[in-house]
Unconditional design. Structure first.
Length: 185
């Protein structure tokens, strides 16, 4: 990406804009706030991250690696319409958010915003096999049968280099069953 740092152009950190492209999808000039005009103009939707004024990524967050064939402006030049920036990656809830240790495997749904086909559930700091349901729901299998202690673990969603704030999933000790208490006396 460092080879393309000079393409920031008029964007400031946090800005979305347009990077003009030649016919092969290679950047042909610095980024602008508006797409290049003209009937044959080709541009990629880009973002200048707030954590690095010398960086530029595609509108979906992928590093710029020409040729750029995704996020290309397909609207009519001069129409004034601008694509919606990607939604922020946030977690709202886990369903379920607890399981009894030693119990059967279960499917957990992570509910939030900004999820894509490339989103990954991170469970206790490990990447999990993740199923994309829609932009607000992801699922994975949780295995309480492998847990041997009551514990809380963080659950996050990772999308490229962005990671959501964590929510906690709790493994609880098995509930004391009626009759078990009497046998222990």
């Amino acid at each position: 990406m460092g080879d393309y740092d000079h393409l920031i152009g008029e964007l400031t950190p946090g800005d979305y804009g347009w990077l003009p492209l030649d016919g092969a999808g290679t950047p042909s000039g610095p980024a602008t706030l508006n797409p290049p005009p003209g009937p044959d103009a080709k541009a990629a939707h880009v973002f200048a991250p707030e954590d690095g004024p010398d960086a530029l990524v595609t509108g979906s967050g992928a590093p710029i690696d020409p040729p750029l064939n995704s996020n290309v402006d397909k609207r009519v030049p001069g129409s004034g319409s601008t694509p919606t920036p990607p939604e922020a990656l946030t977690l709202g809830s886990l369903s379920p958010n607890t399981a009894e240790m030693g119990s059967a495997d279960l499917v957990m749904t992570v509910i939030g915003t900004g999820f894509t086909q490339n989103s990954m559930i991170v469970f206790n700091e490990g990447d999990e096999v993740t199923t994309y349901v829609d932009s607000n729901n992801l699922t994975t299998t949780v295995k309480p049968s492998l847990v041997s202690a009551a514990i809380q673990v963080p659950v996050q969603v990772r999308e490229g280099q962005e990671t959501s704030a964590p929510l906690m999933f709790e493994f609880t000790a098995p509930a004391m069953r009626q009759g078990q208490d009497q046998r222990r006396r």
